[in-house]
Design a protein around this ligand. Structure first.
Ligand code: ADP
Ligand code: MG
Length: 607
């Protein structure tokens, strides 16, 4: 339960709705318990009318019913029955109306809380750092924001409504029943706790079984999904039969569990009906026995049977409410776990510092970095400087630490040792948003959103960029013509719901996006790896022109000769092993020279 206290702030936020809801619950139940009283009264009257035995009715009724009875004193018998029937109808209508308001307040409140909670979680996810996303699966995060939130909603809405309803109804019924006959009351409510406990136990069994069924279903879905995605591999290896065998095995496990769940569910309603029947039977048995000695009690028997039937649903709901709260608490615990995770990378400034101007050299000084969750030492004591306006290339094999270096500059991670600064300022002391706005970054793992190509290029700051501007940058990235050749041109949808672009096309859309951002520093991480060498030349030439005065860091595992780099760093296993200009490095006859000759040879063979 203590986990759920995280939700109290929302109850406070919606306190007016909450309070109004509780009042509606109480008033609707007040009207509900008046109806059996009127019924009991009128039956008593009928009984007296038939037996001709006109004793005055003892007035142990609710105050409002007493008023009604006094008012009806002068009516003849026929009119009295009509008035009572109309009163019962009116009470039912009033109750219905109030129940409508009760749902409108309490259930609507729970929907508001659900909305707020989802936003809170989503926002918090966005605050968390790259390390968090590396160590938690997307599926897990998705589950917490959807599945867990909807379980929590069951607590903030239905569970609270049922509990309030139960407390109000039981209290009001008990007051009325005890006032009429204490002995009969105690006897007829005796089976109720047994009912509540039985339902609770059955509910728990149902819950466990349905969790299992859910898990099996998700296995089954994953299994099917993988088969569809990998259909070409399956067909080419002629593995259809084996895959079907695998699927039907999973399917069989699902069926078995679902059938067993259905069995338990089938017990639910009969056991509830059994308990209701038992209580009704007790009321009639004991009541009739009493009525034999005291005919005035006939009305009370009817009244009690009505109360018992009224109490059944709320009492049987105790079980389900208890398990709802248990589940909500477990879910909230999982949600809190993430909400309480503090990002390691934080913005040193809470508010935007618009006037913060960044300029000058980018300096890495003795930077070392280890990925904490794997212990991989990706960078070891790296030092270098990129002066404003310089173009540098960082060259290295895969796994040498190039992407890590780019991510440290953007503060996706902070170095363990050493410092990174831009113009004297340690990047830890720069407003994070300004830092990231300062750099146009093309990541190695390209990501396009399920949106149009134009929107993917104008993503981010440049919402208002004109179509011409977008085309211009697409041209720089040598993708313009290819976009035009698509049916809908720039309005073509990409991603899951749209066309599938090739790896090289995605890279170029991503480059256009970064160029349009017009950061002061261009940081390209291996973003031409999937582009053929002719297109690569075109892009590099375009960039050469565009990047004229911009500080540019190009990370690559292939050498670009078309850009006259001011400096080239060779990275190997997290260490800078060579550095210098093109000619110096060739003369040094090291790794760079070797790679250069290899590449030259390759190009000659290709051309
Ligand atoms: P490059 O970009 O030069 O191919 P990376 O910077 O991606 O190299 O990787 C450097 C080293 O760090 C590699 O050994 C790689 O396995 C490891 N590494 C990269 N990213 C992560 C990560 N998110 N978590 C753990 N280890 C990583
Ligand atoms: Mg890389």
């Amino acid at each position: 339960m203590k986990h759920l206290s995280a939700l109290n702030k929302y109850f406070w936020k919606y306190r007016v709705r909450f309070l109004a809801g509780i009042i509606f619950v109480i008033v609707s139940n007040y009207f509900a318990v008046l109806a059996p009283e009127v019924t009991g009264y009128v039956i008593g009257q009928v009984q007296q009318y038939i037996s001709g035995n006109h004793t005055s009715v003892k007035e142990n009724y609710s105050a409002s019913i007493v008023v009604l009875i006094r008012w009806m004193r002068n009516l003849n018998f026929k009119n009295l029955v009509i008035v009572c029937s109309l009163t019962i109808l009116l009470l039912a209508l009033l109750r219905g109306l109030l129940m409508f308001f009760m749902r409108q307040t309490l259930i609507v409140m729970s929907r508001h809380i659900e909305y707020d909670l989802k936003n809170e979680i989503y926002n918090h996810y966005q605050e968390l750092d790259a390390g968090f996303f590396k160590t938690h699966s997307t599926g897990d995060m998705m589950n917490r924001i959807t599945e867990d939130v909807s379980r929590v909603r069951m607590y903030t809405g239905p569970a609270i409504m049922y509990t309030a309803n139960l407390i109000a109804l039981i209290t009001l019924c008990l007051v009325n029943m005890l006032r009429k006959d204490m002995y009969l009351t105690l006897v007829v409510i005796a089976p109720l706790p047994i009912l509540a406990i039985t339902i609770y136990i059955i509910n728990n069994i149902i819950h466990k079984k349905s969790e299992r069924v859910q898990a099996l279903l998700s296995d089954l879905t994953t299994n099917a999904q993988e088969s569809y995605s990998g259909i070409r591999v399956i067909k080419s290896f002629v593995q259809e039969k084996a895959m079907f065998g695998f699927f039907s095995k999973n399917s069989e496990a699902y069926r078995k569990n679902a059938v067993s769940l259905a069995k338990v569910e089938a017990i639910y309603f009969p056991s509830m009906t059994l308990m209701v029947g038992l209580s009704t039977l007790l009321t009639i048995l004991i009541g009739s026995n009493m009525a034999l000695h005291n005919p005035d009690k006939v009305g009370i028997i009817v009244e009690f049977v009505l109360y018992i039937n009224m109490l059944m649903f709320p009492v049987s709901a105790i079980g389900s409410v208890a398990s709802m709260v248990q589940r909500a608490s477990a879910s909230q615990k999982r949600i809190n776990e993430f909400l309480n995770t503090k990002p390691i990378i934080t913005n040193p400034f809470k508010h935007n510092k618009k006037d913060e101007i960044l300029s000058g050299s980018i300096i890495f000084k003795n930077v070392s970095f280890t990925y904490s969750h794997t212990g991989v030492k990706a960078l070891k004591n790296i030092s270098f400087e990129v002066k404003a306006g310089e173009k540098i290339m960082i060259l290295g094999k895969t796994g040498s630490g190039k992407s890590t270096l780019a991510q440290l500059l953007l503060r996706f991670y902070d170095p363990d040792e050493g410092s990174i600064s831009i113009g004297e300022k340690n990047i830890r002391n720069i407003n994070l948003k300004n830092l990231r706005n300062y750099i146009s970054y093309v990541p190695q793992d390209i990501f396009l959103f399920s949106d149009t190509i134009a929107n993917n290029i104008r993503f981010g700051l440049k919402k208002d960029s004109s179509a011409d501007e977008i085309k211009q940058y697409a041209n720089y990235a040598a993708i313009h013509n290819e976009i035009l050749s698509l049916d809908k041109g720039y309005e073509t949808m990409v991603g899951e719901r749209g066309v599938t672009l090739s790896g090289g096309q995605k890279q170029r859309v991503s480059i256009a996006r970064a160029l349009l951002k017009k950061g002061h520093v261009m940081l390209f991480d291996d973003c031409l790896s999937a582009v053929d060498s002719k297109t690569e030349h075109t892009i590099v030439n375009n960039l050469n022109e565009f990047l004229n005065h911009k500080t540019t860091i190009i990370i690559t595992h292939r050498i670009f000769v078309s850009i006259p780099f001011d400096k080239i760093f060779i990275l190997d296993d997290g260490v800078i092993v060579e550095s210098g200009k093109h000619d110096e490095l060739l003369a040094a006859n090291g790794y760079y020279a070797e790679l250069y000759n290899l590449q030259l040879h390759e190009e000659e063979t290709v051309n």
